[in-house]
Design a protein around this ligand. Structure first.
Ligand SMILES: *[C@@H]1O[C@H](CO)[C@@H](O)[C@H](O)[C@H]1NC(C)=O
Length: 180
């Protein structure tokens, strides 16, 4: 590979991450069964974001509530080494698209949670993207979750391919330590 090729690839990479144009079309996994999805998930990789910067040993617990909403409990050790948790709930906005949830952590703290692919018992790939109005900039969130504190490499590769189709490079993901 010539240096010019590498330079072009690098500039494309930075264009793709920092100044990504519009959010991609998001097609969640069909017929997601939210009940099977509940329980504990460990964060194995994430595209870093301002809310989770430096956090480790992150996990999420989802519980199906009697009213059909999903309780969300996120726990982590923050960058200062202090245990932190945040609680909220998630709702399926459109029953025809059960893989697309909206998560609420309080007033003005809403986000989307799109289950792109999961087998319920080993891995989940979650993606979210917000277009900033009147700009060419978007904010992306991406997570690779596991029922265990690790994931086999083959599964990680499969998850990376799913994110790559959305324009998320594995180079932009960071591994979340789970060794607390
Ligand atoms: C979930 O994460 C928190 C914070 O790292 C940790 O205290 C807790 O033990 C974890 N839960 C499990 C079941 O590993």
């Amino acid at each position: 590979m010539s240096l010019t090729t590498i330079a072009i690839l690098l500039s494309l990479y930075f264009v793709g991450t920092s100044f990504a144009a519009k959010c991609p079309t998001i097609v969640t996994q069909a017929n997601v069964d939210v009940e099977q999805y509940t329980g504990l998930w460990y964060e194995i990789f994430r595209k870093d974001n301002q809310f989770q910067s430096g956090g480790k040993c992150t996990n999420a617990t989802y519980t199906l509530k009697p009213d059909g909403t999903v309780g969300v409990l996120n726990q982590a050790i923050n960058s200062m080494g202090v245990y932190e948790k945040i609680e909220g709930y998630a709702v399926v906005k459109d029953p025809a698209v059960p893989g697309a949830l909206e998560v609420n952590f309080g007033p003005n703290q809403k986000g989307s949670y799109n289950i792109m692919s999961t087998d319920y018992k080993e891995y989940s790939v979650v993606y979210s993207c917000i277009d900033i109005p009147n700009t060419n900039i978007n904010i992306e969130f991406a997570w690779i979750l596991s029922r265990r504190k690790t994931l086999p490499l083959a599964t990680i590769n499969k998850c990376n391919e799913i994110l790559a189709r959305l324009g998320v490079s594995s180079l932009g993901l960071s591994a979340t330590p789970q060794n607390c």
